[in-house]
Design a protein around this ligand. Structure first.
Ligand code: BTN
Length: 257
């Protein structure tokens, strides 16, 4: 049983000792009509998935969960859901382990001390105009895992909550993340998102602001100074020469001086 904060105590939480992927389980429940706010948690996953087809190594004792959202949003606003999720995780970690120095690594990772603490995989079920539901999958390292070869090359070395000084039960972090997400989105069936406030908060928690970075996208790589976030959540790079460029997807890496 997972203890949730009082405001969320009524959420349907499905706990699995072992599951393929909590995102797949949440999708199945969503297709079967599960309500917004349904949470799927697992102690371990046998086929945990990361972004871009990567594997998310999911040994027992980590924190692996998915939240079902039923947003009533224009599809173009959906990117903000994963940014909001990264902010929620960062806030939860900050409040739980104040010295951790957790930051949002755009668009939806959470890092601490230059190492990867959490990853987010947001998956959407949508046709052209309507978003049917969104599954926000969140993996938080508790113990520092072995480096997954599938994540090497572009991936940061991992760090776990325990190494940051966290000692409480996992359910406590889960509750904090859910509460933060619920508050940021104004519920699990968000209609109008407080986009400006969300982006401002993500901006204030953003890793590597002012640093030289490289952003790899399926369409090519860009280098420049990480200037911040645009109002729609895009990453803004200041290119050599001063031109600014907004990017909507990609993997950011720090360029060593
Ligand atoms: C990434 O960093 O590439 C995203 C990792 C997301 C991992 C979580 S763990 C819970 C949920 N279920 C999955 O299969 N993936 C996400």
């Amino acid at each position: 049983a997972m203890a949730l904060p009082p405001s969320l105590a009524g959420l349907p939480v499905h706990f699995f000792p072992v599951v393929g992927s909590t995102n797949d389980e949440a999708r199945r429940l969503a297709e079967a009509g599960a309500p917004a706010g349904t949470v799927v948690v697992a102690d371990r996953q046998t086929s945990g998935r990361g972004r871009r087809g990567r594997t998310w190594l999911s040994p027992p004792g980590g924190l692996y969960f998915s939240v079902l959202l039923r947003p009533q949003l224009e599809p173009r606003l959906v990117a903000l859901l994963s940014l909001a999720s990264a902010v929620a995780v960062t806030r939860a970690v900050q409040s739980a382990v104040p010295g951790a120095g957790a930051r949002v690594k755009w668009p939806n990772d959470v890092i601490a001390g230059g190492r990867k603490l959490a990853g987010i995989l947001a998956e959407l079920s949508a046709d052209q105009e309507t978003v049917r539901f969104a599954v926000i999958g969140i993996g938080i390292n508790v113990e520092t895992p072995e480096l997954d070869p599938a994540r090497a090359g572009g991936g940061l070395p991992p760090i776990g909550l325990r190494q940051l000084g966290w000692t409480q039960p996992r359910a406590e972090v889960l509750g904090r993340v859910l509460a933060a997400l619920h508050r940021l989105l104004g519920g699990f069936e968000p209609g109008q998102l407080p986009a400006a406030a969300l982006v401002a908060e993500a901006s204030s928690l953003l890793a590597w602001k002012g640093e030289e970075v490289e952003v790899r996208t399926p369409f090519g790589s860009w280098q420049g100074r990480l200037a911040g976030l645009a109002g729609d959540g895009a990453l803004v790079l200041e290119r050599p020469g001063g031109a600014r460029q907004s990017l909507y997807a990609g993997d950011v890496t720090l360029r060593e001086a």
